[in-house]
Design a binder for this molecule. Sequence first.
Ligand code: HEM
Length: 190
Amino acid sequence: MKKYMIFMLIGLMAILSATDMVVNYADGSMDTIPIEQIDQITFEQYEMVTVDGIELQWRTDDEYLYVNVSAPTTGWVAVGFDPINQMEDANIIIGYVDGSGDVFIRDDFGTGSTTHASDESLGGMDDVDQHYGMEDAGTTMLHFRIPLNSGDMYDKVLVPGNNYNVILAYGSADNFTGFHTLATGTNIGL
Ligand code: HEM
């Protein structure tokens, strides 16, 4: 219910606000979210960890994992769940905010210890939604939601209450393919 109230609030703010942020979805559709309403979404129900300057916030409900991730970069930011070795087999979500403020987020998979590719290019699906992002004073923040169990073989089944290794990285380029400025990791309980 709280979730729906938040999005009703978003709708109201969208009507009142003149400044919209363009969000590009993987299926080619677009949406707009007013920058002002980002402040309306409280993060108090999120768990949080900061590793090497990358801040990860997360929470779950019965169906989804909700994530906010920010890093000191104007390029891409990524988080990967449940790798087996470096990037390998991680359910990676990577995104960036371009010079116009447009947000791009992609559902990827760690195809090897030092490689990743979009789920769609591998024959899977892009399961990231409700995403937005912003870039301010050299920091990029992404928000998104992924299903706990998408059914896609290029995602991981995530179970609330379980612990998972998580990889975190950022790079300086506004793309999905650049090498990282910094790559690190941690372990979190969902
Ligand atoms: C095309 C983009 C990428 C390339 C070419 C790349 C390449 C590499 C290479 C060569 C390594 C091993 C050497 C090193 O540690 O520097 C590595 C390690 C790693 N990468 Fe990537 N990577 C990319 C994207 C990503 C993304 C999107 C993530 C995360 C979510 C990530 C997370 C990591 C992690 C956690 C390690 C292990 C670091 C360590 O063990 O200290 N990488 N990557």
